[in-house]
Ligand binder design. Structure first.
Ligand SMILES: NC(=O)C1=CN([C@@H]2O[C@H](COP(=O)(O)OP(=O)(O)OC[C@H]3O[C@@H](n4cnc5c(N)ncnc54)[C@H](OP(=O)(O)O)[C@@H]3O)[C@@H](O)[C@H]2O)C=CC1
Ligand SMILES: O=C1O[C@H](COP(=O)(O)O)[C@@H](O)[C@H](O)[C@H]1O
Length: 506
């Protein structure tokens, strides 16, 4: 265990949604791992908030189950959980009832006295978006640390339900907190492989000269999941794949791939460069949406010899639900670097494999000087960045097969995290929670980024709202989504790339 790093200042963390799925699966395991790695402050406390009737003991037991199931480490550190869990408590309260917020103010006072200093007071809002504004408007008047500005508010995605509600929420937050106190989280930005995109592009001289319309044919981003909505039907019915994944995670990935070189790693410099990309994405006209965007919903069926329910049969889902569990879109970025280069993105639940990959497909070599028989296996260069669950970067190029004559075949040069490093990479939420405690907002969304991302998505959402899907459900579990998604890219003479094997031929 490394101890010679500077730990963040004292922090008191309140998690609204402390009894929910996100905290169980991601936040608590992340905080526990930070504790094991000695990254938690010397003085800290974590208070989970929810309406369910836990006491401290049953709450800790509930979280401990989550560690066993979802933490990258499980419980392989004897005695550590017992020590950590003493810092964890549960506050049963209805977040919609203003009178109950006094309990929070009391805890803050008590901890300030215990620590002998003002800690960071962090409010993590791991609740459905429709609760966020109500909570924020009740937290503001508590005036916690108003003098020191040590309060921080972390807002989970999706930030708002559409452009209008996101703008309203931004206004509300701005009326109570400084922008520096607001952390709009998108956990994809905390993933090691996503952060590495900037290193790949801007710490190497090799790629940047060819990273443009002159050399790149097209770009693909796939974020496919095998899971269904996993009991989150209630949430998903007011969301859908486009809001849940494209508006935030996928557009952020696209920004990292498409942004111009930053002049520094200052939080605002990176965010400025990313927001420029969002502004440059061509807004679809409503009449063009059907040609450039495809939606889908999974049916009942089989996955790995196991029968699975269709989306409309999931808990808390309407029997005739029009909600998309799959979305694919073709975007264009209207600027000098990317003019006419299509960015195909897709995401879906209950798909064939869990894989998040970005593919940069280069143009073919301008002239083919090899004998005609070598042309059969001639493939353009391709750079594939696997974000999860595989974590690697592959560069495909043509090689001469051993033997007489000239036979070509595509091969991959592979950088794999697990082969290159012995350190275990932190989970995204570990990185992001540490950043919040340290006050580093680089990996968080600024208000104008959120609004710009909604502006990209709104024409699609509106067009889909106006025309109910007639053919839902339209893809089988375990497939790669609806046929129309294949057509979206096939029309341009291209095809979707799935997890690359060294000699895959697509
Ligand atoms: N789950 C995931 O993997 C991910 C989730 N997110 C985001 O995190 C947020 C939460 O999602 P998730 O955890 O899945 O949702 P859940 O439905 O599992 O949890 C919702 C939480 O909100 C609490 N809550 C609801 N109403 C109140 C209330 N009136 N007063 C106090 N607490 C209340 C619930 O507590 P109780 O029932 O005890 O009242 C529960 O703890 C969403 O915005 C989602 O988009 C983001 C990335 C991944
Ligand atoms: O934000 C969300 O992300 C998860 C997928 O995250 P990943 O890190 O496992 O790729 C998704 O399942 C969920 O629906 C969405 O809200």
């Amino acid at each position: 265990m490394s101890t010679n790093h500077k730990r963040p200042p004292s922090s008191l963390i309140f998690i609204f949604g402390g009894s929910g799925d996100l905290n169980h699966r991601k936040l608590s395991p992340a905080l526990y791992n930070l504790f094991i790695d000695n990254w938690m402050p010397e003085k800290f406390d974590i208070v989970g908030i929810g309406r369910r009737p836990y006491d401290n003991v049953s709450y800790r037991q509930h979280l401990y189950k989550g560690i066993g199931e979802f933490s990258r480490r499980k419980d392989d550190q004897p005695g550590r959980w017992d020590t950590f869990s003493k810092y964890v408590s549960y506050l049963q309260m209805d977040a919609e009832n203003e009178a109950e917020y006094e309990k929070i103010a009391e805890i803050v006072k008590q901890k300030e006295a215990e620590y002998g200093e003002h800690p960071n007071v962090i409010f993590y809002l791991a609740v459905a978006p429709q609760l966020v504004a109500g909570i924020v408007s009740k937290l503001g008047p508590l005036n916690i640390c108003a003098d020191t500005k040590c309060t921080r508010v972390v807002v989970e995605k999706p930030f708002g339900h559409n452009l209008e509600s996101a703008l309203e929420l931004n206004k509300l937050l701005a009326s109570m907190f400084d922008e520096k106190q607001i952390y709009r989280i998108d956990h994809y930005l905390g993933k090691e492989t996503v952060q590495n995109i900037l290193a790949l592009r801007f710490a190497n001289a090799l790629f940047e000269p060819i990273w443009n319309r002159n050399y790149i044919d097209h770009i693909q981003i796939t974020a496919a999941e095998t899971v269904g909505v996993e009991g989150r039907g209630d949430f998903y019915e007011s969301s859908g794949a486009l809001r849940d994944m494209v508006q935030n995670h996928i557009l952020q990935l696209l920004c990292m791939i498409a942004m111009e070189a930053p002049v520094s790693f200052d939080a605002d410099e990176i965010r400025n460069k990313k927001v420029d990309v969002l502004h440059a994405i061509r807004k679809l006209r409503k009449e063009d949406v059907h040609h450039n965007a495809v939606r889908g919903q999974y049916s009942q069926g089989w996955m790995k010899a196991k029968e699975v329910a269709g989306y409309r049969q999931e808990k808390n889902v309407d029997k005739g639900s029009p909600v998309d569990t799959f979305a694919a879109v073709k975007f264009y970025i209207d600027n000098w670097r990317w003019q006419d280069v299509p960015f195909y993105v897709r995401t879906g639940k209950r798909m064939s494999d869990k894989e998040t990959i970005i593919t940069i497909q280069f143009k073919t070599a301008p002239n083919f000087a090899f004998p005609p028989e070598a042309a059969e296996t001639w493939r353009p260069n391709r750079l594939t960045i696997s974000i999860a669950p595989e974590m690697d970067i592959r560069l495909r190029f043509q090689a001469k097969r051993p033997g007489q004559g000239v036979a070509l075949s595509p091969v991959d040069m592979i950088f794999s995290y697990k082969d290159a490093y012995i350190e275990q990479e932190p989970e995204a939420y570990e990185t992001l929670l540490l950043d919040v405690m340290e006050g580093n907002a680089t990996l968080f969304m600024r208000e104008d980024q959120v609004a710009a991302a909604w502006k990209v998505i709104m024409p699609i959402l509106e067009a889909w709202q106006q025309r109910e899907p007639v053919d839902f459900p339209n893809y089988a579990p375990g497939s790669w989504g609806p046929e129309d998604a294949e057509a979206l890219i096939a029309r341009d003479g291209r095809n979707w790339v799935t997890l690359p094997a060294p000699h895959q031929e697509n």
